[in-house]
Ligand binder design. Structure first.
Ligand SMILES: *Cc1c(COP(=O)(O)O)cnc(C)c1O
Length: 450
């Protein structure tokens, strides 16, 4: 292949798409092909799979309906209010957005909230633009310990031209090495310490780290993309009360709303720099349908979050234990496996994360490969770990005993080497009767909890 032909996407997948376009001359047929692929996903992933992807959450029927509402076709740039907007006719959009902001403040028990960014990626970018200058030093966690590209050299932090120093981790326990952090931080004197953990099992020492960096005025940012729902539901640490000055989050992970970024803070001095970065730097039209859906998911979180998130944590602990008992090594076993929605297994002995995730997907068990301690950044494509999350299975009303069943399916593929297709049949039989999503105003609590 010459450089001229280079495609970053899988060439076979693109060739298949081109084959559809050449097989018919009709744009109507092409549109139909798109709709049918969506339907196939709905039928398979939506109804027949056990989805254990940690960054996914199924939204409630009301939230899903709002995502296709008329309001999503309207343009509303700028801050909420008659004078602030460029466009007239936005009074009902203002109502929706103001409710969203106030519901987010309530859900996260904080003074300020913003709802306009499409993802946490942009939330973190807003922080780097508003609170740092090119050349500043920050500290963040490296990917093998669970860090995320948005806070590293290959993401927004790098794009802002920041110098990035690693937060030292204990390689076995997957926790911040506080003594080593104190030493490294006092030497580097970072302006910001940004902890964003995509692999997250236990709370972070936010208070201790914030106190150390306060010595030179350094600020702690908690990128709670994954943990936002757990934080709102009061089932995890509360970073804004422990020394973090900004909390960013993804609404589509544990928060179980539409895929969105949220930014939360308490200090009025941060309001101007953050707001000026959100608009006009990073958001113009910002998908008001998504904002409406976000507002309703915040209300769901206020009503159901405590029970929903507590059950998510109980389920992931049960899943970790059940996998461990079936011969699949689980990270954090000594500390009770997890205090979040995630379970991390080391599947090196079963062929590594890439191969295992694809074998499990053939059995309708959807997970993802993950770097784990011991892996190098170069192992990115073929890491040793497997990451699982219990958000969706919990919202389907499942409990601890169901996690034993799921661990049994996983062990049949990995430990007993059963053909995945054979296991897929039993996974479907287990999943097909369970289609109702709970912890929302459409269906309330699961029947066993009523
Ligand atoms: C998922 C994730 C992000 C990116 O979130 P999006 O909402 O998908 O943009 C940022 N930081 C961390 C730690 C994440 O896990």
């Amino acid at each position: 292949m010459t450089e001229k032909d280079f495609e970053v996407h899988d060439p076979q997948a693109l060739a298949q798409a081109r084959a559809i376009l050449t097989a018919s001359e009709s744009p109507r047929e092409w549109a139909k092909a798109v709709v049918e692929a969506v339907q196939r996903n709905d039928e398979w992933r939506g109804k027949r799979c056990i989805n254990l992807l940690a960054p996914e959450a199924p939204t409630s029927p009301t939230v899903r309906a709002l995502l296709s509402s008329e309001i999503g076709t309207r343009a509303a740039e700028g801050h909420i209010g008659r004078v602030n907007r460029w466009f007239a006719g936005t009074q009902h959009i203002d109502e929706v957005e103001a409710l969203c902001v106030e519901l987010l403040k309530l859900a996260f028990r904080c003074r300020y909230a913003d709802h306009r960014l499409m993802g946490s990626m942009l939330g973190n970018m807003a922080v780097y633009h508003a609170m740092a200058q090119p050349g500043d030093v920050i500290m963040s966690a490296a990917q093998p310990f669970g860090g995320h590209s948005s806070n590293r050299v290959d993401g927004p932090a790098g794009m802002r031209g920041l110098q990035i120093v690693d937060v030292p981790f204990d390689p076995l326990e997957l926790e911040v090495d506080l003594a080593e952090f104190a030493r490294a931080a006092r030497q580097a004197r970072p302006k910001l310490v940004v902890m964003g953990m995509s692999m997250t099992l236990f709370p972070l020492p936010v208070r201790e780290m914030s106190e150390i960096i306060a010595e030179w005025g350094g600020k702690f940012i908690f990128d709670g993309a994954h943990q936002a729902g757990l934080i709102a539901g009061g089932q995890f640490q509360d970073p804004l009360n422990e020394g973090a000055v900004v909390l960013t989050g993804s609404a589509g992970k544990t928060f179980s709303g539409p895929q969105s970024g949220i930014i939360l803070w308490n200090d009025p001095e941060l309001t101007r720099p953050l707001a000026d970065t959100i608009f006009p730097v990073l958001a113009a039209t910002h998908q008001v349908n998504r904002v409406a859906a976000l507002a309703v998911s915040a209300a769901e979180m206020l009503e159901f979050g405590k029970f929903y998130m507590a059950q998510i944590v109980r389920n992931s602990q049960a899943l970790g234990k059940a996998l461990d008992e079936r011969g699949i090594p689980v990270v954090g076993a000594r500390r009770g496996y997890t205090r979040t929605h995630q379970v991390i297994a080391n599947v090196k002995q079963f062929g590594g994360g890439l191969d295992v995730a694809h074998r499990l997907a053939q059995a309708n068990l959807i997970t993802n490969k993950n770097l784990v301690p011991g892996d190098q950044p170069e192992d990115w494509d073929r890491p040793s770990g497997l990451r699982m999350g219990t958000i969706e299975v919990t919202r389907l009303g499942m409990r601890e005993a169901d996690m034993e069943t799921i661990a049994g399916f996983i062990a049949r593929v990995l430990v007993e080497n059963e053909p995945p297709k054979q296991v897929a049949k039993d996974v479907e039989d287990f999943r097909l009767p369970q289609q109702v999503l709970y912890y929302n105003f459409d269906h309330g609590m699961p029947p066993w909890a009523q």
